[in-house]
Design a protein around this ligand. Sequence first.
Ligand SMILES: Nc1ncnc2c1ncn2[C@@H]1O[C@H](COP(=O)(O)OP(=O)(O)OP(=O)(O)O)[C@@H](O)[C@H]1O
Ligand SMILES: [Zn+2]
Length: 490
Amino acid sequence: MSLRFYDTAAAEIRDFVPLQPGKVGLYYCGATVQGDPHVGHIRSGIAFDQLTRWLRYRGYEVTVVRNVTDIDDKILAKSAASFEPFDPADPDAPAVPNEPWWALAYRYEQAFQLAYDTLGVQRPTYEPRATGHIPEMHQLIQLLIDRGHAYPALDDSGDVYFDVRSWAQYGSLTRQNIEDMQAAPDAGPRGKRDPRDFALWKGYKEGEPATACWPSPWGGGRPGWHLECSAMVTKYLGTAFDIHGGGLDLRFPHHENEVAQSQAAGHAFANFWMHNGMVTFEGEKMSKSVGNIVTPAEMLAIARPLVVRYYLGQAQYRSALDYNPGSLAEAAAAVERIEGFMQRALKFLYGEGAGLPEAEEQVPAAFAAAMDDDLNVPQALAAVHEAVRAGNTALDAKDKDAARRALHQVAAMADVLFINPLDPHWNSGTGDGAEHRALDSLVQAQLQERRAAREAKDWARADAIRDTLAAAGITVADSVDGATWSIADR
Ligand SMILES: Nc1ncnc2c1ncn2[C@@H]1O[C@H](COP(=O)(O)OP(=O)(O)OP(=O)(O)O)[C@@H](O)[C@H]1O
Ligand SMILES: [Zn+2]
């Protein structure tokens, strides 16, 4: 079967044929670095990491570009708030007082980087920051003005807008009629020909920091968000490239505006549009503005990085992933099944303490077919667990050949999904690999004893176990799915 992906622009699954044989250019929208990451952001990174790894497994040379939006209204507003007097006891007090916008952006960029690294999202080939590409943005704006698709604001704001009425295809990505679209909220309608016209350039406003103002032919100011991505993708991947990705929430207006301005500039732009589904909480998009977020740090306090990676990467990338704490326990059990088999097989085949020898094992056909079919990770994981089952059966029967084959197949599949428990990434001495496992087995034994004590209504014994764990810095949380533990001050 050929490689096929769902293309949001075509609203159907299409055969994937790269523009240049053997090479793939992938751009996906990265963070606006205005706060700590939440696990929704990281799921997006993991989805495109799975795509990249699968394309590479299939032999493509993949160039990955993910931007950093390091200048934006919210970044400026947060920085400005950090210069106001505040009460340190207020939970919304700024993390760092008197923080310039660029320092705040850089601090959060680092927080994103740490989360991506911890959860095994490979670094992109290029990770351009918006503020480093102002000349490229000016060129694109000028091109759009020259071609009659952009104009300086009709008032004295110093803005430059994209003229949506000049581009008949506007709305094509999301199949909307222009009359049904909402006004672009990025500037007052006063200086616009049409309220839906969006800002390519935002003129400097009184009170904004001088460091956030770049000179331009249309007056000092800063770039509009949509324009940044169009300018950066063109610089690194050219005017026509294979795949543009991002979260489903970005389809409109962000991606609609990107495609409009790039195609109006004469660029073919993306051949495929791929969008990851949202991480939701009780059905609602996990989002800073809603306030229903779970951070990677919070998840990592109750589960080790490999389990979090498994959890955030287990669903098909287009489906929503509704967070509930119990599902982390399911992910942990699945990881343990894989890990248990691999450890057992290693010991049986190669002896105590042996590492996994190199092998040329390919992934099984069922796994490959699932991944080729729009990255059907749930089915691919079913193939992993099937091989684990077959491997355990082979171990029980002391069938070395079958056990070896299963072990190397599981490793090959787990490598593609980057969930191989034997990978040094997950055992790098951070306390979350071998040490965590050792601690976990000790704590689980205590929790089991506590469960037995509670069943026997021996409350004193149950409490004593809990207190002993607490004294060691381990917090126990009870839920309908059973007890989980975490290190209290992590
Ligand atoms: N809840 C979520 N689930 C999955 N992906 C998400 C989620 N929230 C954001 N993303 C994706 O993460 C990437 C970076 O997002 P961006 O910095 O624009 O965040 P955002 O959508 O503004 O987040 P928030 O609403 O929390 O401020 C984008 O591709 C975006 O679509
Ligand atoms: Zn973008």
